[in-house]
Design a protein around this ligand. Sequence first.
Ligand SMILES: Cc1cc2nc3c(=O)[nH]c(=O)nc-3n(C[C@H](O)[C@H](O)[C@H](O)COP(=O)(O)OP(=O)(O)OC[C@H]3O[C@@H](n4cnc5c(N)ncnc54)[C@H](O)[C@@H]3O)c2cc1C
Length: 230
Amino acid sequence: MTRWLTARLVEARDETPTARTLRFEVPGWPGHLPGQHVDVRLTAEDGYTARRSYSLASAAGVELTVQRVAGGEVSPYLTRDLRPGDLVELRGPVGGWFVWRAADPAPVLLVAGGAGIVPLMSMIRARRAAGVSTPFRLVYSLRSPAELYYAAELLDPPAGLEVSLVHTRRTPPGHARPAGRLTAADLGPYGEADCFVCGPSGYVEAAADLLLGLGHDPARIRTERFGPTG
Ligand SMILES: Cc1cc2nc3c(=O)[nH]c(=O)nc-3n(C[C@H](O)[C@H](O)[C@H](O)COP(=O)(O)OP(=O)(O)OC[C@H]3O[C@@H](n4cnc5c(N)ncnc54)[C@H](O)[C@@H]3O)c2cc1C
C-alpha cells in the first residue's frame, strides 16, 4: 500500500447545499487515472483516527467532492469544518479496475446515482483534457434539481457528451421526463459501450440489472459502490 501523504486544503466550493468540492495541494502526489479514489484519514487530538474513501473528481490534481451524510463521522467535518490551510492525510490513488483510459476508443456509458457522479466526472474531464472525441453518454440520477453537482459543466456539455438527467423526486420546470426512478428506457436503446456505474449499492445493483436486461456484455459493466467504509 502507498504511504500516507499530507494534503493541504487550498480551495473549497459548494456544489449543492449539502456537498462541497475540496481541492488539495499534495506534495508527492503521483497522479491518477479517472475513476480512482483516495483514502482520507483524520486524526483527533487524542490520537483517534477515522478513515473514509473518496473518489477523485478531477482529471489532474487532487479534487474531491463530499456529500454530507447526516449524523456521519467524517463527511460533516469535511463539508462544514475544514478550512483552506487545514491539513488531512490521504493515501492513493486506489483502484485499478474502475478506470477509464483516454486511449480506449470504445463508446462510454456512464451511469451515476447521487454522489456517484464524482468518479464519472473525472472521466468526463479527462476526456476533455485528452482532446479525444470518444462518444460519452451520462445518465445521472438525482432526487431534485438542487442536488445537481457540476452544473456549469453538465448543463452545457462539450461536443460528443450527451447528458440525461433522471430526477427521482422533483423535476425542473419544463423537464420532459416525469420524476421517477431509473428505468431501462433511460439507459436505452442498447448501443455497444463500456459501462461505468457508480452510486449507492442499491442503485448500482438496479442499474447494472437494467444494463444486462438491455443486452450489455457483463464483462463491459464496471461498478463502484459508495457503501459505508471503515
Ligand atoms: C470507493 C468509494 C468511493 C467513495 N467516494 C465518495 C465520494 O466521492 N463522495 C462522497 O461523498 N462519498 C464517497 N464515498 C462514501 C464515503 O466513503 C463515506 O462512506 C461517506 O462520506 C460517509 O462517511 P461518514 O463518516 O460521514 O458517515 P459514517 O459515520 O461512516 O456513517 C453514518 C451513517 O450513514 C450511513 N452511511 C455511510 N455512508 C453512506 C452513504 N454513502 N450514503 C448513505 N448513507 C451512508 C452509515 O451506514 C451510518 O448509518 C465513497 C465510498 C467508497 C467505498
